[in-house]
Ligand binder design. Structure first.
Ligand code: LHQ
Length: 257
């Protein structure tokens, strides 16, 4: 099984499962990942996703053994399987936490960056490894990198293909936090459970608004906020949040629309 999918209380834990290859990506793995994300979105009891890797690596990017000797056109076609996963992660109306347990290289690094909140073990590294094999950052790398860390750092990461330590990645704003190796999964699971107990509709709309902002001027973005805020304001969890505040108690969100 290229991935393991476990239903936890109100979130889905998805583990990349080719530990002996540092979870290098294959078409089968990407297709299974896409199906698991669709499954999470279709389950009303699933309100968040947590993605991680088995073994000592998170994901070493494309399985290079699988593309050795492949013509350029076929390599391009591989992205027909990977890009839908990246698009799905951004479009998923659920928060996605990524627990980067070890090296995240090439498409594996950008798979992590496509998630909403990225935690990484202190010992993990992020490598835009593409330049080492004459490729360009794909799976959204050229879009995520400059937006997260600015163009100067994005250029150096892409052109030098050097490993970036988790702590520096957090300092630069590439990821949310670096945590002690032994604490990674506890912290990531607590975060996924916390998000799963949140106002799911509002969280999904916040994710949409932030992504839309990347391409908009302020005027346009204010319109986006107005439209999406109207939807958030109509959600039962908004009413519950306000009631709970006035009654001085913690809110009990259902995530229903
Ligand atoms: C691997 C891999 C791997 C196969 C480690 N494949 N076996 C491109 C083309 C087409 C469409 C889609 O998108 C892409 C985008 C890409 O992702 S291109 C970038 C592909 N990835 C890389 O270039 C990274 C290659 N791997 C590495 O540079 C190193 O393995 C890293 C830095 C990730 C980890 O280094 P180490 O911790 O020293 O581990 P290792 O190199 O010893 O790897 C452990 C095993 O995993 C080893 O196998 P072995 O049989 O010797 O134990 C590696 O061959 C295997 N492995 N990555 N991508």
């Amino acid at each position: 099984m290229p991935i393991i999918v476990e239903a936890r209380p109100f979130y889905r834990l998805i583990t990349l499962n080719r530990a002996e290859r540092l979870n290098a990506l294959t078409v089968e793995m990407a297709d299974a990942l896409l199906a698991a994300l669709d499954g999470a979105a279709a389950d009303p009891d699933c309100r968040a996703v947590l993605l991680t890797g088995a073994g000592r690596g998170f994901c070493a990017g494309q399985d290079l053994a699988a593309i050795a000797g492949m013509p350029a056109a076929e390599i391009g076609q591989l992205l027909d399987h990977y890009d839908p996963v990246i698009r799905k992660l951004r479009a998923l109306p659920l928060p996605v936490v990524c627990a980067v347990n070890g090296v995240a290289a090439g498409a594996g690094a950008n798979l992590a960056l496509a998630c909403d909140i990225v935690l990484a073990a202190q010992s993990a590294t992020f490598v835009q490894a593409f330049a080492r094999i004459g490729l360009i950052p794909d799976c959204g790398g050229t879009w995520f990198l400059p937006r997260l860390v600015g163009m100067a750092r994005a250029r150096a990461l892409a052109l030098l293909a050097e490993p970036l330590a988790a702590e520096t990645a957090a300092e630069w704003g590439l990821i949310w936090r670096a945590v002690d190796d032994g604490r990674l999964m506890d912290e990531a699971q607590a975060l996924a459970a916390r998000l799963a107990a949140g106002p799911t509709v509002g969280l999904a709309l916040a994710k949409r608004a932030l992504d839309a902002a990347a391409a908009n001027d302020l005027d346009t973005q204010l319109d986006v906020e107005r439209d999406l805020q109207a939807k958030a304001a109509a959600s039962p969890d908004h009413a519950e949040g306000v009631r709970a505040f006035l009654e001085k108690r913690p809110p009990s969100f259902t995530g229903r629309s």
